[in-house]
Design a protein around this ligand. Structure first.
Ligand code: PLP
Length: 421
C-alpha cells in the first residue's frame, strides 16, 4: 500500500498534486511519501512486537538525510555499508549504538571512523577482516562488538545479481566454517562476539528460503553457545520483496515474516535485528518524468522521456519492471497504445520498458514510475553530464525539495585542469 493515488483524475502524492511539484521543481525528479515510509517502518516494528528487537533500515536503498531523519524519529536503527553511509546516518542524528556496519570490504579507515564515533556492531564477513578489526580496535584501545555474517547456502530464488546467500556468492563465511571462525574471533584481542548475522538476498517473494536460513542460524546458535560463546543477538538481514506490479501475487507481508521469525528463533531468547531496505523505501517513492517526444519507429512508437537510465538504472541493470502511469488519469474507455519507453542517453540499454501499454501520450505529458523509492536515486549517476535529479519529500499537504538539482557549473567545477596542461 502507498500514498500515490489518483484523485479527481490527477495523481497525488499524499495531499499534493504531482503536477504541482513538477511545475515547481522541474522534471525529472524523485518524490517520496512520509506516510508510506512511516507506515512500512511501523509494519516491521509491529511484526516483531513481543520480542526484544531493533529495525535497522538498510539505508543503501534510499539515503537522503530527510528520509533517514524521518525513520530515525520513529526509532529506526541503520544498517550501513560504507564510511559515507555511516557519516550520513550520524549526520541525520542516528546514535552510534543504533548503527550496524555490514559489507565485505570495510577498510581500516572505515573501522576507525565507526569505532571512534560509536557503533552497535560490525557484521564481519571474513577472517582477514576480523584480523584487521582486531588491530584497529587495539590501536584505539577499544573493543569492537561483532557478529560474523554466515552464508547459509540457501537459494533465495531471486535475481542472480541480488542473491547473496549461496555458496558461490562473495558474502559471509560458509556456515560450515562458522565454529572455527568464532573460535578465532574469541581468541583475538579487541573483539567481542555478540551474535550471528545472515542476509540471503533482496526482493525475496517467499518465506521458505528465510526459514531454511534461520533454522541453520538457530542450530548454529546452540552450537556456538555449547562452544562457550555468548550469542545474545541475531541479525537476520533484510530482503523482503515488494510488489512491483499491481496484478501479480503479492510477496509475504512483514507480519507474516515476523511470525515466521518468532516461530524459528524466539526460543533462543536473543535480541533480534532486521535490516529491511527495499520494503521500507521502494513503494514510498516515484520518479516523475516528462515526455520530450513521441517518435514513430519502423514497427513501434517510442516514448522519449527526460528521465533516463542514469536516473533510474534498475531496468537496465536488473531487467526490473516498474509500472509507468500517466499523471493525468486516463478516462475509463481509453484504448491503450503500445510504446517502447526510453530515455535520451546514448545507449540502447536506456530503455525502461518495451511494448508498454499506456493511454495515447503527447509531448509534455507527465508520467510516474512507481516503486522507484528504493535503489533509485542512490544508484543514479551523472552519465552524459546529466545533473542528479532532485528529491522531494511530501508530508500531508506539504512538500519540500530534499536534494536540489545541481547546476551545470557545479558539475563542471568539480573537475580541475592541471596547471601544466
Ligand atoms: C542490501 C542489504 C540489505 C537490504 O536489502 P533489501 O532487499 O533492500 O531489504 C540488508 N542487509 C544487507 C547486509 C544488505 O546488503
Amino acid at each position: 500500500m502507498d500514498h500515490f493515488l489518483y484523485r479527481d483524475g490527477a495523481l497525488y502524492a499524499e495531499d499534493v498534486p504531482v503536477a504541482e511539484i513538477a511545475a515547481a521543481v522541474g522534471t525529472p525528479f524523485y518524490c517520496y511519501s512520509t506516510a508510506t515510509l512511516s507506515r512500512h517502518f511501523r509494519l516491521f516494528d509491529e511484526a516483531l512486537e513481543g520480542t526484544d528487537h531493533l529495525v535497522c533500515y538498510a539505508m543503501k536503498a534510499a539515503s537522503n538525510q530527510a528520509i533517514l531523519r524521518t525513520l530515525a524519529d520513529l526509532g529506526a536503527g541503520m544498517d550501513v555499508v560504507s564510511g559515507g553511509e555511516y557519516a550520513r546516518a550520524r549526520a541525520a542524528g542516528v546514535p552510534g549504538e543504533k548503527i550496524v556496519f555490514s559489507g565485505v570490504g570495510k577498510t581500516r579507515d572505515e573501522m576507525r571512523m565507526a569505532l571512534e564515533g560509536g557503533i552497535r556492531q560490525f557484521n564481519v564477513e571474513s577472517e582477514p577482516e576480523l584480523q584487521a578489526l582486531s588491530e584497529v580496535a587495539l590501536s584505539l584501545g577499544v573493543v569492537a562488538p561483532i557478529t560474523v555474517r554466515v552464508n547459509p547456502d540457501v537459494d533465495a530464488k531471486t535475481h542472480e545479481k541480488i542473491s547473496t546467500g549461496k555458496a558461490e556468492n562473495k558474502f559471509g563465511i560458509p556456515i560450515s566454517r562458522a565454529r572455527a571462525v568464532y573460535a578465532h574471533a574469541a581468541s583475538l584481542p579487541g573483539i567481542k562476539v555478540v551474535g550471528i548475522d545472515v542476509h540471503i538476498g533482496s526482493q525475496l517473494t517467499d518465506l521458505e528460503p528465510y526459514r531454511a536460513a534461520y533454522r541453520k542460524v538457530a542450530e548454529l546458535t546452540e552450537a556456538l553457545r555449547a562452544d562457550g560463546h555468548e550469542i545474545t543477538r541475531l541479525d537476520l538481514g533484510g530482503g523482503l520483496g515488494i510488489p512491483y506490479t499491481r496484478d501479480n501475487t503479492a510477496p509475504p507481508l512483514p507480519v507474516e515474516y515476523g511470525q515466521m521469525v518468532k516461530e524459528e528463533l524466539a526460543h533462543l531468547g536473543c535480541e533480534i535485528e532486521i535490516e529491511p531496505g527495499r520494503l521500507i523505501a521502494g513503494n514510498a517513492g516515484i520518479m516523475v518524468s516528462r515526455v520530450i517526444y513521441v517518435k514513430s519507429g519502423q514497427d513501434r512508437d517510442f516514448l522519449i522521456l527526460d528521465g533516463a537510465m542514469n536516473d533510474l538504472i534498475r531496468p537496465a541493470m536488473y531487467d526490473a519492471h516498474h509500472d509507468i502511469i500517466p499523471v493525468i488519469e486516463p478516462a475509463a474507455a481509453t484504448e491503450p497504445e503500445l510504446y517502447d519507453v526510453v530515455g535520451p542517453v546514448c545507449e540502447s540499454g536506456d530503455t525502461f520498458a518495451k511494448r508498454r501499454a499506456l493511454p495515447p501520450m503527447a509531448e509534455g505529458d507527465l508520467v510516474a514510475f512507481r516503486s522507484a523509492g528504493a535503489y533509485g536515486a542512490v544508484m543514479s549517476s551523472e552519465y552524459n553530464t546529466r545533473p542528479l535529479i532532485p528529491e522531494v519529500l511530501v508530508k500531508g499537504d506539504q512538500f519540500a525539495v530534499i536534494r536540489r538539482r545541481p547546476t551545470f557549473d557545479e558539475m563542471i567545477n568539480r573537475d580541475t585542469i592541471p596547471e601544466w596542461l
